[in-house]
Design a protein around this ligand. Sequence first.
Ligand SMILES: Cc1cc2nc3c(=O)[nH]c(=O)nc-3n(C[C@H](O)[C@H](O)[C@H](O)COP(=O)(O)OP(=O)(O)OC[C@H]3O[C@@H](n4cnc5c(N)ncnc54)[C@H](O)[C@@H]3O)c2cc1C
Length: 355
Amino acid sequence: MQTSTDTIQSNFSLKEFNTFGLDCTAGGFLRVDNPAQLSRLPELISRYENYLILGGGSNLLLPDYFDGLVVQIALDKLQTRKSDSDVLVNAGGGLNWHELVTFCVKENYGGLENLALIPGSTGAAPIQNIGAYGVELKDVFVCLNAFDLQSGEYRCFNREEMEFGYRDSVFKGRHKGRFIISDVWLKLTTKNHRINTSYGSLAAHLKNKGIDNPGIADVFNAVVEVRRSKLPDPGQIGNAGSFFKNPVVDAGNLESIREKHPDVVFFELKGPEVMYKIPAGWLIERCGFKGKFKGSVGCYEKQALVLVNRGGAKSSDLVSFAGEIQHSVAAEFGIPLEPEVNIVQPENYGNVISL
Ligand SMILES: Cc1cc2nc3c(=O)[nH]c(=O)nc-3n(C[C@H](O)[C@H](O)[C@H](O)COP(=O)(O)OP(=O)(O)OC[C@H]3O[C@@H](n4cnc5c(N)ncnc54)[C@H](O)[C@@H]3O)c2cc1C
């Protein structure tokens, strides 16, 4: 039996559902706020050419028209299981991530405080293994439950099966689009919190405030303050955070870049082979894009890695601006920049270099 919540809305505007603020219209739109709806999805989706799973729309570059069904995940259950020294938090895929972090900090559950103020939903967080200020989601991840749109059954993915990497997981690779993440299990501390202030700007901010032995609430507040001072608020100016991933190069590549650019910024990565991460923002800034605009699309004045829509941009404006950046960085440094943002229907535009 179908419920009224299966009502599909036609020609639905997604302007309020993507943080770039792009005026995208979806052929069909369905909100899923009850797990019982999931089993009906394969049939509903089969009526359309394409489908797109949507969380908070903060990591998407949508087309002007999406010819298919957009399914927004709004499952928002929250339960906890406490033991002596830790707590298992089970959060619905549609829960707002920052609200979950805020709840955990208020309850004195440690582990998420460095990931404060990242927009979007809890279900999307494991997909790109969200990370900030020295912490990644994988550090607290236990497992997740996902509904398989192919088999119509649920599957549990543990940490190993997630194949987490830098802004990466199995859901960005071979399982892309196949599963709906219904809920996520995280393991957090209730005492002896592992405070992480290794990230330079976070440590400096706490020092400036005279906080020597921060607790999780101090770290949470500092992260919120630092982020607010550096990143544009999507409520004020359209953006999807970092547009590109930070590239990782080997020693040979780094050396040839250093010959021409001795001041290149890089961080050594631990691993079997020594590799180096170069901040994409530095590369883009060096190519002269920081604060540069073409119409309403450009690079944010305070952080070149963030592409912004000052209002009225078309999807193709952002795609072609991103393509220009990729071409410049490739020409100057020989480095291909890979988008971190999910570009929906790139074949329609063809301007972003696919890697
Ligand atoms: C201002 C700003 C700052 C940001 N800072 C950071 C940062 O510090 N670190 C970081 O890692 N990211 C950051 N991001 C990126 C973004 O917030 C994260 O990637 C976030 O996890 C995306 O969540 P979302 O719900 O908005 O996903 P969406 O944009 O809605 O979707 C992203 C992808 O996940 C899929 N998806 C979404 N929900 C589900 C689900 N339940 N099941 C299956 N698939 C799903 C979508 O199909 C899509 O492929 C930032 C973004 C902005 C706008």
